[in-house]
Design a protein around this ligand. Structure first.
Ligand code: HEM
Length: 126
């Protein structure tokens, strides 16, 4: 008879804590996917704005909306995180910051740099 596994299983999500490096990693993937879709929107707006004076005015009026600005700001902030996290990745690929404490510090610092850049994106968008 097959014995059922008796190992403990924790499905209480409230008690599961991810290490900061895991959060940095999943956010990098999420921000890459967001950037992929955002690029289509941003290139579309750029193309329209360069088409003609009316196109430029059209994009100006599209941008004159809080929700649109919020989406563009979030997209640019995701791109900022992807670039900062990407550079951290490339540095790690060269063999640095691979220990738990240095990887945690660099993850934390990349969040801080991203927060500063996100504020800057807000200043640019608004
Ligand atoms: C055109 C904009 C970009 C898009 C749409 C994009 C999208 C993505 C996606 C979807 C991934 C896969 C993530 C995963 O499988 O976990 C990825 C990985 C990566 N991206 Fe980007 N990316 C862009 C720009 C950049 C830039 C500018 C950098 C510069 C630092 C960068 C650095 C990286 C690195 C280093 C990885 C590999 C991360 C790993 O090994 O897990 N990306 N990107």
């Amino acid at each position: 008879m097959v014995k059922t596994k008796q190992r403990p299983v924790n499905l209480d999500l409230q008690t599961i804590r991810f290490p900061i490096t895991a959060i940095a990693s999943i956010l990098h993937r999420v921000s890459g996917v967001i950037t992929f879709f955002a690029l289509a929107i941003l290139l579309g707006l750029l193309a329209e704005s360069l088409q003609s004076a009316e196109g430029f005015a059209n994009v100006q009026s599209i941008m004159d909306n809080f929700l649109v600005k919020l989406i563009i700001w979030a997209s640019l902030s995701a791109l900022m995180y992807h670039i900062v996290g990407g550079i951290r990745h490339l540095i790690m690929d060269m063999g640095y910051w691979e220990e738990l404490d240095s990887a945690s510090s660099s993850a934390k610092i990349s969040f801080i740099i991203t927060a500063v850049l996100a504020v800057l994106m807000g200043v640019i968008v608004w």
